[in-house]
Design a protein. Structure first.
Length: 467
């Protein structure tokens, strides 16, 4: 059998460089939308939040009830010489009942406070879902980047093996300009490519493992199955197409229309900010409760005393008593006054929490916007210039080499440059989507209206901004 001519091998190499091979495993594929939906549906934190809300709602009902009345039973004034119940007129069997009354309107205020606190949990769940969407998007995109990078490397793997084979054949036949260092260089590139492939597989498996945490099936009605971790899915891949993630509020983020004040007003609708508003209302109720400590606390009591007949047979009248007791908050300087001052200070602290969170959100949005701007510029550079130029360079070096007019090392360098450019372009696209996902978190809105309290707070915030 005649050996294959070296020139034919070079032409074959050229065709393989033009026609890359892709291999895709379509089994157990999870799209970004599916991953986000699964994470939000199977988050135990959300279920725990619902239980906490139910607990607070039950406590609000319990807190509006009066304390249980106290009943007393006693034998009074028994003579110690005979222990006879009918000997003395003062001897009686007494039944009493007393009822403690709360200070001022403290019960109604406590009930309102707990109802207000319960309205904070839906906002916290909305914030949690928004954070889950961002977190899962980043993990999913990391897995996608590694998966597609693996696909790019594997598509060039055969080509680099063909390069090495051509180099060996050229060097063995002593035809052409191939040198021993070219053969070694081709083998070295294959080894480095294998290392890069192993690195990307490591990143992919790591991203899948972290993503799997959020896809764990949670069923509150079947906890035995929920805690059976061996039944949960472990191995899966992500979609092979890059998802589309758009900015939720692009008009406000345009450079020509950008305003920090308008952005702050928009952020006032964020669940995390609304939760702080509710928290402040809860703290305001603490101030009202502290003011009730200046009111006296009343207690009503009544008793009935049964007396036996006299030894002579004459009857004795039974006795009935009724009365009230109350405390007198006269010395308020070191108690009530300090408690009220502490409650007011705590309420003011929550106002600073809202300001701090708003500032942090604005700073984070501006940081992400600047990053997105630069990533968009890099996308244009790669799309319009780099990808095209690296491909043309690879084609030109290959054509020169197949015509025995080029350097083998230049073919390898050009091909590596093209592969790296494609990987870099892919990473830029993924980083841009990650940035958009992080920006969209700040424009999450509450899915339910908590109460008129929250709406009034938003109205007051807007009025303050207008003024």
């Amino acid at each position: 059998m005649k050996p294959v001519p070296l020139r034919f091998k070079k032409l074959t190499l050229g065709l393989m460089l033009v026609l890359p091979i892709f291999s895709v495993n379509a089994q157990n594929v999870v799209s970004l939308e599916q991953a986000i939906a699964l994470a939000q549906q199977n988050d135990p934190w959300l279920h725990g939040s619902q239980l906490k809300q139910q607990a607070v709602e039950h406590r609000s009902i319990a807190s509006s009830s009066l304390p249980d009345p106290k009943v007393s039973l006693s034998m009074m004034n028994l003579p110690v010489d005979s222990w006879a119940f009918d000997q003395e007129g003062m001897t009686q069997f007494k039944v009493g009942v007393s009822q403690m009354l709360p200070r001022g309107d403290s019960l109604a205020i406590k009930e309102s406070q707990l109802k207000t606190k319960a309205s904070m949990f839906p906002l916290q769940r909305d914030d949690r879902k928004a954070k889950l969407a961002t977190k899962v998007s980043e993990l999913w995109l990391e897995a996608y980047l590694a998966q597609q990078t693996i696909s790019l490397i594997e598509s060039d793997w055969t080509l680099f093996e063909q390069i090495a084979e051509v180099a060996r054949a050229s060097y063995s036949s002593a035809v052409g300009k191939t040198r021993q260092q070219d053969v070694i260089r081709a083998q070295l590139e294959i080894v480095q490519l294998a290392d890069k492939l192993a690195e990307q597989k490591q990143k992919f498996e790591s991203a899948i493992a972290r993503l799997n945490e959020w896809l764990h099936i949670f069923d509150s009605n079947n906890l035995a199955e929920t805690f059976n971790f061996d039944t949960q899915p472990v191995a899966f891949s992500v979609s092979t197409s890059l998802p589309v993630i758009k900015l939720d509020n692009p008009a406000m983020l345009k450079a020509s229309q950008y305003s920090r004040n308008n952005l702050a007003l928009e952020l006032a609708n964020h669940p995390a900010i609304l939760a702080i508003d509710v928290k402040r209302k809860v703290s305001d109720k603490d101030v009202e409760l502290a003011k009730q400590q200046y009111q006296p606390q009343w207690s009503v009591n009544a008793s009935y005393g049964y007396r036996d007949d006299m030894p002579s047979g004459d009857s004795r009248a039974d006795l009935f008593s009724v009365g009230v007791t109350f405390d007198m908050p006269l010395f308020t300087e070191n108690r009530q006054d300090k408690q009220l001052a502490a409650s007011i200070a705590e309420s003011q602290v929550i106002k600073t929490e809202k300001l701090l969170l708003t500032k942090q959100m604005i700073a984070a949005i501006e940081k992400e916007l600047r990053q997105l701007k630069r990533l968009s510029q890099r996308q244009s550079i790669y799309k319009d210039q780099l990808l095209k130029q690296t491909h043309e360079q690879a084609e030109a070096s290959l054509t020169a080499y197949t015509n025995d007019d080029g350097d083998f090392a230049e073919v390898v360098r050009a091909r590596i440059a093209e592969l790296n450019a494609r990987i870099s372009a892919l990473k830029i696209d993924v980083d841009a989507l990650k940035t958009v996902a992080r920006i969209n978190y700040f424009f999450a809105e509450a899915s339910t209206k908590t109460s008129a309290i929250t709406e009034n707070t938003q109205r007051s915030t807007r009025q303050a901004g207008d003024n």
